[in-house]
Each structure stands twice: as C-alpha cells, then as structure tokens.
Write a protein that binds this ligand. Structure first.
Ligand code: TGC
Ligand code: FAD
Length: 390
C-alpha cells in the first residue's frame, strides 16, 4: 500500500491547480524519502535533524509566498498550505521550522523591513543559508504579549536591548532573531538581533515530551547593542507580531491536517491488516465508528482550510477566520491522533508507528500560536463584540 494515501473523500483535488498537485506530490515524496525513515530516531534522541534544512529550502518551503525577487517562491496561499500539510504529515516539529522561517522571520522583514534589510536577509533565509527565530513570548507573558517586559532604550547612535524571551522555536541554532520589544514610549517595535552580538545568548530548553525533533530555547538579552538599522521601520504596536501570527496560524491550520491524515491512514491500514476474534479489526462496528468519524472530521476541516486559502489569496481572510481554522484543525488532529493510537492497541505506544509522536507534538501545536482557549475567545469576541480576555 502507498504509505501516503491522501484522504480526499470530497474530491478536493478538483479544486487544485496542476501546480498545486505538483507541489503536493513533490513535498510528499520528499517527506516520504527523507523525513519518515529518520524522524522517529531524532524525536527519540530529542534532536533537530539539521541536515534536512537544505532539502526544505530546495522545496521552496521557506517563504513560499514571498516574491521571487527576494528569493521566495512567489506562490499563492493554497500552495503554502499544501506544503505545510505535507511536511506535518512527517512531523509537526519540521513544519514548525518552516512556519517560523517563512511566516515569522521572512514575513515581518518582507512586510515591515527596509529595502536594505530585505536585500540583506531574505535571499539567505529563503535558501536556508541562515536560519531565523521569532521572539514574542516571555516568561511572564504568553497569551498576553502586550504586557511584554523586554525593552529597547535609545542611546543616540544605537539601541540597548534588555529582557528575555522563552519557548522560542529554532532559538538554539538561529543566526538571526526577529524580536519584539517596547521602546522608551512603550511602543512595541520589531528588532533584528544577530547571533554574535555581545550579551545575546540562546540556551536550549530540555526535557520536552512534545516536538522533540524541534529545538526550542530562550533568548536572553543583556545590554545588547542594536544598530539603528536593525529596527523594522514600517510597523509599530502589537499588530506587528500579530500580523506574522496570522500567516503562521494559516499554515498550521493546513499543517495539523497533515498529521491527522497520517494518523488516519495508519489506523485504517492497521485495522484492515490486524485480526482479532478471527476477523480484521476494520470489520468491528466500534472501530468503524472511529474511522468514519475521523474521515468525516478530516473532510470538514479540509473544506474549511481550502476556503480560507481562497479568501487569503483574495486578501479577505480575517484574523478571526484564521483563528477558527487553526483551532478546528488542531483539535481535529489531536482527537484523531488519540483515537488512532487506541486503534493500534499496544503497538500504538511504540515508535514503530508515527501516531504517538504526532499526538505528543500536537499538544504543543494546540498551545503555541495562540492557545486553544485564546482562539475560542477570539471567535467569541468576533461574534458577540464582547471582550472576554480581561
Ligand atoms: P488587542 O487590543 O486585541 O490588539 C492590539 C492591536 O493588534 C491588532 N490585532 C491584530 N492585528 C493583526 N492581526 C491580528 N491577528 C490581530 N489581533 C489584534 C489590533 O487591531 C490592535 O491594533 P491597534 O492598531 O488598534 O493597536 O490586543 P490584546 O492585548 O487584547 O490581545 C489580543 C490577543 C489575546 C488576541 C492576542 O494578543 C493573542 O493572539 N494572544 C496569543 C499570543 C500568541 O499567539 N502568541 C504566539 C507566540 S509565537 C508562537 O507561538 C510561535 S510557535 C511557532 C512554531 O514553532 O510553529
Ligand atoms: P499562558 O498564557 O500562561 O496560558 C496558560 C493557560 O491559561 C492556557 O490554557 C491559556 O489558554 C489560559 N489563558 C490565558 N489567558 C486566558 C484568558 N484571558 N482567558 C481564559 N484562559 C486564558 N513563542 C514565540 O514567541 N516564539 C516561538 O517560536 C514559540 N515556539 C514555541 C514552541 C513550543 C514547543 C511551545 C510549547 C511554545 C512556543 N511558543 C513560542 C510560546 C507559545 O506561543 C506560548 O506557550 C503560548 O502563547 C501560551 O503562552 P503560555 O505558555 O505563557 O501560557
């Protein structure tokens, strides 16, 4: 059997262009060949498979929607979504690296950077020659980034950066960090911090049971001198980082479905092969209920993210619509992973199958980029007009 069947119950392929299908098959084949055979081992060792960076860059997944003039792939948002889906079919940690590089590092430099900053950083980020990370979350401020304590102080010729960020994907090996900090007027600004700047360190976070094949760390700034040319000139306020999150959350809405599809495929195949009480597990009603519900939920979520992609291409997708899709896809994926794991019985807890790894990864995905509850409150605010955050 083909390991990478694409659950396509409602013939969604007919909604995709030939280019979309080519991209999907190319990324899917690469994941099958380069990621699946090694990823379990890296997750068990809690190591990021750095050697895959080149392959990811060659596929064009770093900044797929960034124009080609700056080294991006110049593709539409459906193509971006499909890429994230196929990568996350392999592992959410690898998709995290792609999300961070493209949506959280390249996007803000593209959207809010000077021409000089774009020329300097974007082509190298697209080719994977340099890697980036995104520092918004702090030890005392996760869901409420507006309360951040990290500061830039104007020293005349330069800024002085002080503070700390935590839970930062790719921090331990990143060459550059897009960091959000408040200036002397309490206004949030974006700053490009480079590895090697004095007073800047990136200690790794150990002991995670989730996203084990992704490197997570802190960003610590102690009187780091930031040249004035490293400030992103064209944005101020929380809408800077939150605009980046719109991009990344869109990718996650597609990506989490890749993990869901892999769990469904695995459970379906197992249920057809494994026999108990003299017949395949797939012949028992309770197991069919699980599979039928999985494919129903995947199909509903696929239609949601496809429509969101169309709206995003037309620049009409609202942040609240993106929140709804991120929340729905991740919940769908996590529920499917939990059910699929049970369907494999004892085998479900081993690394011989991908399900338990997906399940553990998704516990991060349901928390980062806005927690499940925060996205619910964003929908609540949108439909009622009442702010229940504070
Ligand atoms: P609020 O007063 O609502 O808004 C402040 C300003 O921001 C604007 N805004 C947005 N702009 C663009 N896109 C959005 N999604 C926006 N949401 C709000 C808003 O219009 C306003 O602008 P202005 O001009 O009027 O000042 O802000 P709030 O402080 O009440 O917070 C709202 C809330 C809770 C929704 C928001 O802060 C939030 O989303 N919190 C969750 C934090 C989060 O998602 N953190 C993610 C960190 S990065 C990460 O997890 C990366 S993991 C990557 C990986 O490995 O894949
Ligand atoms: P808290 O904000 O303390 O929330 C704790 C609980 O309280 C949650 O259940 C939350 O939903 C709930 N809660 C909070 N506020 C409310 C409210 N108003 N009403 C009701 N319930 C509420 N951040 C980055 O900046 N860059 C990264 O690259 C990055 N990568 C990450 C990688 C991993 C593996 C993880 C786990 C996190 C990463 N994050 C990153 C941080 C992530 O975005 C935060 O963990 C997330 O935003 C939640 O913040 P918190 O952990 O401080 O939880």
């Amino acid at each position: 059997t083909d390991l990478y069947q694409h659950p396509d119950y409602y013939l969604m392929d007919e909604l995709l262009s030939d280019e979309h299908k080519l991209i999907r098959n190319t990324v899917r084949d690469w994941v099958k060949k380069e990621v699946s055979p090694i990823i379990e081992d890296y997750a068990q060792k809690a190591q990021f498979p750095k050697h895959l960076i080149n392959g990811l860059a060659n596929l064009g997944v770093f900044g797929p929607t960034i124009p080609q003039d700056y080294g991006g792939a110049g593709l539409d948002y459906i193509a971006y979504g499909i890429m994230m889906q196929e990568i996350e079919r392999g592992d959410s940690g690898l998709r995290s690296t792609a999300s961070v590089q493209g949506s959280l590092v390249m996007y803000p430099i593209f959207a809010f950077g000077s021409e000089e900053q774009k020329q300097k950083y974007l082509p190298k980020l697209a080719s994977g020659e340099i890697m980036g990370c995104f520092g918004l979350t702090e030890p005392n401020h996760g869901s409420d980034p507006g309360g951040m304590e990290t500061r830039i102080q104007d020293m005349g010729d330069y800024f002085l950066l002080n503070g700390a960020k935590m839970w930062i994907s790719n921090a331990p090996f990143a060459d550059v960090a897009v960091v959000w900090a408040k200036d002397d007027t309490q206004t949030i600004r974006g700053v490009i911090v480079e590895r090697g700047m004095e007073g800047f360190t990136t200690p790794e976070t150990h002991g995670k049971w989730s996203l084990r094949a992704s490197a997570t760390g802190e960003l610590i700034f102690q009187d780091v001198k930031i040249p004035k040319g490293n400030i992103l000139p064209h944005v101020q306020g929380l809408k800077g980082p939150l605009s980046c999150l719109n991009q990344a959350r869109f990718g996650i809405a597609w990506g989490a479905l890749g993990a869901a599809m892999d769990c469904y495929d695995t459970a379906l195949r197992y249920a057809k092969e494994r026999k108990q009480f003299g017949k395949p597990l797939a012949g028992f009603q309770l197991q069919q209920k699980k599979l039928a519900e999985m494919i129903t939920e995947i199909t509903k979520a696929q239609l949601l993210v496809w429509r969101l992609g169309v709206l995003k291409n037309e620049n009409r997708a609202t942040p609240a619509q993106i929140s709804m899709a991120k929340r729905n896809s991740v919940e769908t994926a996590l529920n499917i992973a939990r059910e699929a794991r049970q369907m494999l019985g004892g085998m479900g807890i081993t690394g011989d199958f991908s399900i338990m790894r997906h399940m553990m990864n998704l516990e991060s995905v349901i928390t980062y980029e806005g927690t499940h509850d925060i996205h619910l409150l964003i929908t609540g605010l949108d439909v009622t007009g009442e702010n229940a955050f504070t």
